[in-house]
Design a binder for this molecule. Sequence first.
Ligand SMILES: Cc1cc2nc3c(=O)[nH]c(=O)nc-3n(C[C@H](O)[C@H](O)[C@H](O)COP(=O)(O)OP(=O)(O)OC[C@H]3O[C@@H](n4cnc5c(N)ncnc54)[C@H](O)[C@@H]3O)c2cc1C
Length: 480
Amino acid sequence: MSPALHELAQLFPPSRLLHKPGELTPYESDALTAFRARPLAVVLPESHEEVVAAVRWCARHRIPYVARGSGTSLSGGSLPIDGGLLIGLNRMNKLLRLDPQERIAVVEPGFINLQVSNAAAPYGLYYAPDPSSQPVSTIGGNLAFNSGGAHCLKYGMTSNHVLAAKVVLPDGETVVLGSESLENTGPDWLGLFVGSEGLLGIATEITLRLLPKPETYHTVLAAYDSLEKAGDAVAAVVASGLLPGAMEIMDSLAIEAAEAAVKAGYPREARALLIVELEGETPQVEAEARYLDEVIRRSGAYEVRVAQSAEERLKIWKGRKAAFSAVGRLSPDYIVQDGVVPRSRLGQALAEIERLSARYGLRVANVFHAGDGNLHPLILYNGRVAGEFERAEELAGEILRLCVALGGSITGEHGVGMEKKAYMPEMFSEADLAAMRRIRLALDPLELSNRGKMFPGGEAPALHQAGPHPLERAGVISRE
Ligand SMILES: Cc1cc2nc3c(=O)[nH]c(=O)nc-3n(C[C@H](O)[C@H](O)[C@H](O)COP(=O)(O)OP(=O)(O)OC[C@H]3O[C@@H](n4cnc5c(N)ncnc54)[C@H](O)[C@@H]3O)c2cc1C
């Protein structure tokens, strides 16, 4: 054991300090399994103080580290750093406080998304952001990726539901960003932290906003003979002035996968399905439902079903929620891509993706949060066929460029991580990237926190620096 590791062993008991090869293997990758890296060690803190101790140890030994929740990142965001420390937060999974009067929940970072709604349910409350990974992903990971889900169209992303966070900065200092109140003064530090992909520090306590549960739902399943028509229907619903709780699209491959997995009863021959759900108080939902049904019929749907009971509604959603992972039944390997286009360009984007899929000779399944223009093309390939992974990656890149060209973004909710850092210059100028980097360096001059992620380029520039950092020389930062 090296002296540094020996020191770490004084901070964590053997059961919560993993460093033997067999112990490290499960942590070598996240949900983007195409990337693998071996950390020096994994620690499993159980308190804020232990996170501080781990981060201070990293700062002392200049060892980079990654915070990890459940490791469901699809962009390699929680991939360990070769020779770095992985700080696994799954054991910090307590609900610290739930105040139904104030409608807030205070949780540790390893608390699971769906558990927030489960805990709030007896009070008629729930937590709105609902990534499809909600039964397993943690609030810490959701916060770092500003995660979204089916209901973000109406309620916004994680950033709209986090009120405060206690954060361990890369030098081991603790700060509290935001407060329990909705109104704050000064710069929005919490806003800066949410979505920063673990590059600015580790959240150890998070205060969330809870909302009253909707009284009624009206769930419509519409079948189309083309993907483009379904995409255009989304624009038509939004243009009509309605604001559904969710609008989701699945294409024929996704339908096939969902049917094979959970038998949701979808029309199997459809080229595309649109799920639209209204929610809210009963009189309002009833009035809007009549209007929505009319808009959907006019959008060219050849079959329209309305859920007549809670069971039928759940069955419709079960298929949608299962579709993602069920695509694994259609292909040995697949890349999940995540981009955004303006809603009005959805039809065009989907038609173009179909064209690209034919040109590359690779099947692409689409299942996505259409309401916010968030695309999730799943590119199916066989890793055992020489060159197919590379072709799939190239196609994924083309789709991202398409999103940017149509006025969208290279990520909707899965983050930049390892996977998309090369595409950052497609969206941002050098000056933009330099400004982001200056913020990062102000907090983390050695770039220890999740080093190597999000910014384009192989290595962190700090690795090449000898002597004081330029910001230290300028008197902006110090190591004291
Ligand atoms: C089947 C499937 C479906 C998915 N569907 C969606 C979806 O609909 N919407 C969506 O947004 N995402 C989705 N995802 C992606 C993923 O689940 C989310 O990004 C989720 O927020 C990650 O949570 P996690 O706990 O697994 O975090 P990890 O993967 O462990 O970490 C993600 C990032 O957060 C950082 N991090 C973790 N904890 C902390 C902390 N306490 N403080 C600071 N940084 C931290 C990590 O360093 C990393 O950069 C899906 C993934 C899968 C596998």
